[in-house]
Design a protein around this ligand. Sequence first.
Ligand code: DMJ
Length: 633
Amino acid sequence: MSKTLPYTRKDIHYDNAKFRQRSFLKVISQTLVNSTMKRDCAKCSMGKFLVLLLLCGLGYLMLTHTSTTHSISGGQEKDSNRLKDGDELITDGTSRLRRFWRKPPRLPPRLSPDEIGNVNKSVHVPGKLNTGSKWIDRQHSVKKAFSHAWSGYKNHAMGFDELMPLSQRGMDGLGGLGATVVDALDTAMIMGLDEVVSEAGSWVETHLPERINQKGQVNLFETTIRILGGLLSAYHLSGGEQGGTQTHKGPMPNIYLENARSLADRLLTAFTSSPTAIPFSDVILRDQSAQPAPGGLSSTSEVSTLQLEFNYLSFLTGDSKYSLESMKVLEHMKTLPKVKGLVPIYISPHSGEFSGDTIRLGSRGDSYYEYLIKVWLQNKASNWTYLYEMYDEAMKGVKHLLVQKSIPNGLLFVGELPYGPKGSFSPKMDHLVCFLPGTLALGATKGITKKEAMKRNLLTLEDLENLKLAEDLVKTCFEMYSVTSTGLAPEIAYFNIEGNSEGGLDGGNKSSEYVNDISIKYADRHNLLRPETVESLFVLYRITEDPKYREWGWEIFEAFEKYTKVDSGGYSSLDDVTVIPPHKRDKMETFFLGETLKYLYLLFGDSSLIPLDEFVFNTEAHPFPIQRTNKRE
Ligand code: DMJ
């Protein structure tokens, strides 16, 4: 059980008042109150009383004088229309005077989660964060990396699921739907790479319909998050929701939606053939049939990480069946027994019950927790408050049962309960768990900046605690990279804790402060170009606006460039991140283009690009717009 949480108020900087600008009069009056003048005035010295009077008069004149320097010029006018409550643009003296009498800071509001979500529309100021050209250059480097990855794939593996960059050929590890094409498509749109959009879009138009009809077994989860998700975001980003006007190169947006619908109609059989609300794990596309995984069980994360995609498809098509089937899973899970909101990593589609005791936020558990909050955020109009409650309870469970601190240097990490709550704690953390800092931060502010949320008094103490935990955990994720010789994280890390030091060696970077806190087992030393840490850095940067997250992201990007780039095109997974030079594995995962490079590009870019209070990213980094209305009803 965690001995390190909860944080104290001091730790989480609970002081809304210090995020408010003090008015001019407040500064004067507080200075007077705190100065020796206070004592002197008490003696009623006439001279000092007159000085005080003079100061007050001067203050009043300054504040009520209408200055032309505050008039809004043409360029600013546009932005000023977007300013709402609490913004600090002052245009006349009367407004200034009003600021004198600002009410004292309120306590966090006691709103229901849905109410909090609804008042959370952020005031967005484009260009605010992307100041210096350093970040423009770095963003450009990521774009170049994407082009290099795509050229390797296009030249050697076009139409296959993945590129084998060393062998310079393709492989179909995901059922043969050209997964890299579809996963990469919206990243190319976001980066403005028209040629790639055109190549990938033409491939979708020409080849995907036939593949969807004729291919065999695919995994429901992987196909939903990568292919269905990629098609839906491509539809949105190419202007599909603006009435089909084409705003990008490539086919008309409807091509993406038609393919999405055709694919989803087949995937639905995984739900409809199951005797319970829990879908089977695999679908045979050409037969339009479904089957359970060998052994009969589905992964908890897999069955609960379909709803963003199916809901959005229902929204776009007006056909509620996709949403209804997928939401049955979460509605059913709501009724199942849990351990402080935490759930085992397997579930049976035959009985509808969880199976086994293992609880973790790594593989097979991770995105269950991610989708609870994201599906709620996506569908504010639907009032699915139970999802927020499940998320909230689960995060309390994480803090209570899974978070511990390493020795000797105190990194917070999220471990596992391989034998349930009564068994021993394992200080093992998959890289996959590094999605959690981003999710916690998103859950705390609902996508707006911390500063804005503080200004509007929207954060509860629990939100602030979760945000603090997010910041501590993302540091740990970053240190999982820093402790290795290559600067790249292993697939799994173990943390040394009091009374339990797992085997394994250090990461090889002896100059890291945390070299004795983290150990890595031989079998876990690989790196698959995974996105979770840069994903969380992106979210944490957008929410806290702390530039260190960009710097950390840049260090990680440089390490990818140095050790995973293949000259003939593409990037490769590594066998061992602790040795230099690391041996390459000959596989470029689709999520390197779909997620890792997209999040890095967004991290270095302007915050107006895919704002977090207007879009929700599926677990494969495909952004869907947050739904303000519910078309289904
Ligand atoms: C991706 O397919 C998704 O992010 C998923 O949720 C977890 N695994 C990979 C990336 O690591």
